[in-house]
Each structure stands twice: as structure tokens, then as C-alpha cells.
Design a protein around this ligand. Structure first.
Ligand SMILES: O=C(O)C(=O)C[C@]1(C(=O)O)C=C[C@@H](O)C=C1
Length: 274
């Protein structure tokens, strides 16, 4: 089974993908291209970051899940422990994924206030930059450091540099739309009511509360249609095999008669500590 995730080798997405896939893992340069590859059938599975405990939603993922028809087949939660990696103690630039830079904002401002922060496509892209250029450091998983000294070798200058000791990211494992399942303890929907009136959000959420279905995440994202118009991303603690989830969803579908509801399916959660 082919799995695609954010590359190059050594990203946190790669670590999460390795933990859940028994076949080849190959790389794409953006979350959108991963979702696109799975939706078009070019890859069987994709692993994409969805939310971080310090920095919140990965908005590119939310928008891609609203735009492409795919299934969520599993959620993977993994602790994120960042290291500062460089060839030498002094550097002018620190390169990493914007989420990782943001998760280490306090550390970087305190310890390296004059160092320029460069946002790159992934933490492992930052590692490549630091290997090529001694004036660049990277924020990434410490396993990206080199064991032996040598040309371009990276050392760990500091470990656990995230601003909170508890730092975790949730990833979704995605598959083609034919693999949507009703089985699992959680379900995810993207809801676009294409309407705006007082109490609309309350009306969308009440059907779950009334049936004792716990909501674990509600996010609003701009629909892209007009200013102030939103899609809502809902994660619920309930499977689509359950009557209470189906009944709540039926009410939501009625409320969205001028818009749409995308069901991404039901799935279970796996915690990976690595
Ligand atoms: O750049 C990486 O290593 C990624 O896998 C992306 C990503 C993210 O988008 O949140 C994944 C986990 C961490 O939160 C930091 C970065």
C-alpha cells in the first residue's frame, strides 16, 4: 500500500506515517498535494497534520479537506519534541516549518532574539538548509542530527525547545472516498450552510448536544466565497454506525440545504510515542 506524506525524509509527518503504514512512504512538498494525490487515486493513503496543542489548526489541511473528497480512516496523536540543530554554535538564520517556529516562539525570542526566522515547507526542509549552509540552524526532531562529525554535519545545540513541555500534534490518515467507514469512535464533518443568521451555529451544534454526542473540535474557516462566510469543521465523539450521530447529521443536512455537508467518515485514534 502506498502512503504519501510531507517530505523530505525526517519530518514529523514522516514519523507518524511510518508508525501506521506497512508499505512504502513517499513524499510531497505540501499538504494540499498529499490530499490531491489521495483524492485522485495516485496514492492509497496520506498522512497530514491537522492540529497542534500549542499552535492550533493546520489551516492548509482544513482547507484541503473541505476541497477534496477523501475519507479519514485513522487519527494519530504524537508528542512533538523539537531540537535546535546546526553545524556550529553561532548562526544567523533559523529555518523550519511555520508551525514548528511558532511552537518555539518564546525560546527563539529569549535565546536568539537577533536570529532571522525563515519559514520553509517542512522541518526536514529546514534541516536540509542547515546542512547546506553553516549560517543556518533548523528546528526539527533530534533524530535529524548526524552521528559522525564531517562536512555539513548537524549537531543538537538544544533539546526540548518547544514552549510547553506538553506539545502534541494530531494527524489524519486519509484514503480515497470509497474507504469511508461508519465504524470508529470519532467522526469528522465539514459543513457549509451558505447562510448567515442569528443562532445558525447554535442550530448546527444543538443536534449533537441534544443526543449526548460530544464535540471534540469546532473550527471555522473562510469559505472563500465572500467575507464573513464560513465552513465549519466538526469532530464528534461518535461513530456514523450510531443512530444518535446519524440523527444529528440529518438535522445538520437539513440546515445546510443551500450549502453542503462533507462526511469524512468514522475512525479510531492511535497514540504514537516515538
Ligand atoms: O514539518 C514537519 O515536520 C511536519 O510534519 C509538519 C508539522 C505541522 O504542520 O504541524 C507537523 C508536526 C509539527 O507540529 C510541526 C510541523
Amino acid at each position: 500500500m502506498s502512503t504519501v506524506t510531507l517530505g523530505p525524509s525526517g519530518t514529523y509527518s514522516h514519523r507518524a506515517a511510518r508508525a501506521v503504514s506497512d508499505g512504502d512512504v513517499s513524499f510531497r512538498e505540501s499538504v494540499t498535494s498529499i490530499v490531491e494525490a489521495v483524492a485522485s487515486g495516485d496514492a492509497d493513503r496520506g498522512v497530514v497534520p491537522i492540529e497542534n496543542s500549542i499552535e492550533g489548526s493546520v489551516t492548509e489541511t482544513l482547507d484541503a479537506l473541505a476541497d477534496y473528497d477523501v475519507a479519514v480512516t485513522q487519527e494519530v496523536v504524537t508528542p512533538i519534541k523539537h531540537a535546535l540543530l546546526a553545524q556550529r554554535d553561532a548562526f544567523d538564520v533559523v529555518a523550519s516549518h511555520p508551525q514548528a517556529l511558532a511552537q518555539c516562539r518564546g525560546f527563539l525570542e529569549d535565546a536568539y532574539p537577533d536570529v532571522h526566522q525563515e519559514a520553509v515547507a517542512s522541518t526536514a526542509t529546514g534541516v536540509e538548509r542547515a546542512r547546506e549552509d553553516p549560517s543556518v540552524a533548523a528546528i526539527a526532531h533530534p533524530d535529524n542530527a548526524d552521528d559522525e562529525p564531517g562536512e555539513g554535519a548537524l549537531r543538537v545545540l538544544a533539546e526540548d525547545v518547544q514552549d510547553r513541555t506538553s506539545n502534541a500534534t494530531r494527524f489524519f490518515v486519509i484514503a480515497g472516498p470509497g474507504e469511508k467507514s461508519e465504524a470508529g469512535g470519532k467522526s469528522t464533518f465539514v459543513v457549509y450552510p451558505n447562510a448567515n443568521y442569528p443562532g445558525l451555529l447554535l442550530e448546527l451544534l444543538e443536534p449533537f448536544a441534544e443526543r449526548d454526542v460530544n464535540l471534540t473540535r469546532v473550527e471555522s474557516r473562510p469559505s472563500g466565497e465572500r467575507l464573513g462566510d464560513y465552513c465549519f469543521h466538526l469532530d464528534v465523539e461518535g461513530g456514523l454506525y450510531e443512530d444518535r450521530t446519524q440523527e444529528a447529521l440529518a438535522v445538520v443536512r437539513d440546515l445546510c440545504e443551500n450549502g453542503w455537508v462533507r462526511e469524512l467518515g468514522s475512525y479510531d485514534v492511535k497514540t504514537v510515542v516515538s
